[in-house]
Design a protein around this ligand. Sequence first.
Ligand SMILES: Nc1ncnc2c1ncn2[C@@H]1O[C@H](COP(=O)(O)OP(=O)(O)O)[C@@H](O)[C@H]1O
Ligand SMILES: [Mg+2]
Length: 272
Amino acid sequence: MYSQKQDYLSSNPLLIQAANNAVKKRIELEKFDACLMARRAGLAPDDWQADLLRSNARQLLLLCSRQSGKSTCSSILAIHQAIYKPDSLILLLSPSLRQSQELFRKLQDFYNALESANLPQAVEESSLRMELSNGSRIIALPGKESTIRGFSGVSLLIIDEASRVEDALYQSVRPMLAVSGGRIVLLSTPFGKRGFFHSEWMDGQDWQKVKITADQCPRIDKDWLERERAMIGDWWFSQEYQCEFVETNDSFFNYADIHSAISGEVKPLMFT
Ligand SMILES: Nc1ncnc2c1ncn2[C@@H]1O[C@H](COP(=O)(O)OP(=O)(O)O)[C@@H](O)[C@H]1O
Ligand SMILES: [Mg+2]
């Protein structure tokens, strides 16, 4: 009986048209609100993520704890721009190609979760690059000055783990963005009082700056955090979870361990 009713509903052309119109209407609204798109892809943004997804700022600076959701949020920003601003060129950078690829994978997952015939389709797709039928391109790259030099007309540049990306890269992308009028998003945990991420956070003008410590993240358990502090010590804890630009640590082995954990391209230090 129930399935007969279902069959009737799903074969009724008026109902099908009404459902299609509702999807179209929602997609039109999503153009102006990336949070709606995020929800359709299965993600309920935290308040700070929602603010960022609705922001019009051309320059965003996110100083956030590990696991707070900064990569997730920026991957939504990127796929939203690709879908709703035709012909966008979006570059994803981070200290290593592996990390950029991870960010790209998050973005692909969101795009796949949206699965709608009413959205621009992927006409070319690999593990590092996606081109949509509206002319938008998203490309994941390692954060090296030499890899970015060949690009122009960049509409959105996302630099993940920006505190660990070389200054030369940043110097070369600034003029590029000035010419294209593109958007830039820098996101990172801190990494000492050095480099462009630190100086922009301290003195940069015209940035929308957001700081999210681990205790502000609803998914990070307070007891787990205390155990983590006991395990890694106050110095690392204040950098990785409390977003402090702490002075260089004198614990050399810790530095190497954590840095190699963060960048797959850093070889472990060996002593013979
Ligand atoms: N709003 C959210 N709701 C549910 N899970 C989330 C949300 N934002 C992020 N996450 C999840 O939290 C984890 C850490 O997110 P991620 O973006 O990788 O953090 P970060 O880049 O800050 O280290 C991931 O498993 C991600 O899917
Ligand atoms: Mg991340």
